[in-house]
Ligand binder design. Structure first.
Ligand code: HEM
Ligand code: ISQ
Length: 154
């Protein structure tokens, strides 16, 4: 089905609200990924020399926020163009980084679940099924583009 204006608005508005609390959001998101898939710990450089999740790691924050931002951008493009378009350089870089880190298909479901749980927690009363569905669809399309690039580079 097509991505509606209402869905785009739900994603954009919730992101505007969530980005007011980047430090907590990025930490919750990352912690939830590791809660669901503890084995993913070894993949992230932020955790190299400790078991503790660093609470003020600029790289962790920047990457986590990029996932939200890119999903929000995907929602805008889905509504405007009916598909997710990512610049060639960005896509190539994301493909190679994730391939090199050993990311595989099922990991994308883990990150999706963590993203949705983080949004639910952050939005509280304002959270809705429709909001979840909009983020979920945008994420799926974005993930498909990255997975296709990883396949190409493999
Ligand atoms: C790195 C985004 C899915 C694990 C990154 C970076 C971005 C990003 C922007 C930084 C790239 C750079 O260093 O230039 C995304 C997006 C995803 C996604 C938008 C899905 C739509 C995943 C999944 C996993 C994963 C499914 C597996 C659990 C990693 C790891 C790194 C990384 C291990 C390297 C972090 C480091 O040690 O510096 N991701 N990612 N990502 N991502 Fe993802
Ligand atoms: C990189 N890729 C996917 C999800 C992430 C979450 C937190 C930090 C980095 C990430």
């Amino acid at each position: 089905g097509g991505f509606t204006e209402e869905q785009e608005t739900l994603v954009k508005q919730s992101w505007e609200s969530m980005k007011l609390n980047v430090p907590e959001l990025s930490l919750r998101f990352f912690s939830t990924i590791l809660e669901i898939a503890p084995a993913a710990k070894g993949m992230f450089s932020f955790l190299k020399d400790s078991d503790e999740i660093p609470h003020n790691n600029p790289k962790l924050k920047a990457h986590a926020i990029k996932v939200f931002k890119m999903t929000c951008e995907a929602a805008i493009q889905l509504r405007e163009k009916g598909e997710v378009v990512i610049s060639e350089n960005t896509l190539k870089n994301l493909g190679s980084v994730h391939l090199k880190k050993g990311v595989i298909g099922p990991h994308f479901e883990v990150v999706k679940e963590a993203l949705l749980r983080t949004i639910k927690e952050a939005m509280g009363e304002q959270y809705s099924e429709e909001m979840e569905k909009a983020w979920s669809e945008a994420y799926d399309q974005l993930a498909a583009a990255i997975k296709a690039e990883m396949k190409e580079e493999a």
